[in-house]
Design a protein around this ligand. Structure first.
Ligand code: SF4
Length: 294
């Protein structure tokens, strides 16, 4: 089996320092929607200057380089144990090179491991065997501030002021997603991107809500009903006047991505992962010796 440590290191560097083009384009379009001289416009302009500087200097886009989360789709015959070792070796090197901030803290004694390793879940690595010969590794660097404002609802419930019923249907999903955005205000470093999973259990729901965030910002959900709900939620979130960093304005959310999982008859969870403007996600594909980054 090939040693992919250096290639994964480059994947991490790219994710940490070079914002994907679809996210940058969405931020640039948002600037034009905000009033000249407004705090919202100023915040977005500063964000974009920062994005350019980070790319030029190969330095992190944000001081919080987040939780490194990997989704690995591997062909039959690959060792997931060795792949995990190589990912961990790349994470250690990326920390030494300051592409990643040491972010892994023991929850009982507060001690930072100093190298972004720690137990079985730091970094988080999900594996899935796929057909064919191509290995794909996707990475997301999930910031702490935006992770803190993620939310999970068990429907039916009541949300909002005055409170209103959110039932077990798409109308209920809409209400709880908007409630989560309202509660997040600017604390998740808006403008955010919403990854939403309908159904599953509490664990699989959050897992799938993050997986949904790997979709390109400008794609459309293949399910017409969900596509419509995604557009509606983005539009309605942007009418809440929360705005970039909570300064008010028209850009609270850059996009919404919804997926769904089967559920138990007894449960109806809606899991919402809020991703900040530092929407750091990148992909590496390996076919034979050929590596491609996107
Ligand atoms: S939420 Fe995102 S942009 Fe805000 S500090 Fe954390 S990583 Fe940075």
């Amino acid at each position: 089996m090939q040693d992919l440590t250096e290639k994964i290191l480059e994947l991490i560097r790219l994710a940490s320092t070079n914002l994907p083009p679809d996210v940058e384009q969405a931020l640039r379009q948002s600037v034009e929607q905000e009033a000249p001289g407004s705090a919202a416009r100023g915040a977005l302009e500063t964000v974009l200057q920062n994005v350019e500087l980070a790319r030029q200097n190969s330095t992190p886009i944000c001081q919080d380089t987040g939780t490194p989360i990997f989704y690995v789709y591997y062909p039959a015959g690959w060792s997931t144990r060795q792949l995990r070792q190589q990912i961990e070796a790349a994470v250690v090197q990326a920390t030494k090179k300051s592409y990643l901030r040491p972010n892994s803290v023991n929850s009982l004694n507060g001690k930072n491991s100093g190298n972004n390793l720690g137990g079985s879940y730091f970094p988080t690595v999900h594996f899935e065997e796929v057909e064919g010969e191509t290995l794909t590794i996707e990475i997301m660097l999930k910031g702490g501030g935006c992770e803190n404002v993620g939310a999970q609802y068990s429907l039916p419930t009541r949300v909002g002021e005055p409170s209103q019923a959110a039932g077990r249907d798409l109308a209920g999903v809409r209400k709880v997603v908007l409630d989560a955005v309202q509660k997040a205000q600017g604390q998740g470093c808006a403008p955010g991107i919403l990854g939403v999973a309908i159904g599953g259990d509490r664990g699989s729901g959050y897992y799938a809500s993050k997986e949904a965030l790997f979709r390109p910002l400008d794609d459309a959900n293949p399910d017409p009903e969900l596509a419509q709900l995604e557009q509606r939620l983005t539009k309605e979130a942007n009418s809440l006047d929360i705005g970039p960093m909570g300064f008010g304005g028209k850009t609270t959310v850059l996009g919404t991505k919804i997926t769904h999982l089967n559920r138990l008859p007894a449960s109806f969870f809606v899991s919402i992962s809020y991703m900040c403007w530092a929407y750091r996600r990148r992909k590496m594909t390996l076919s034979g010796d050929q590596v491609t980054y996107a």
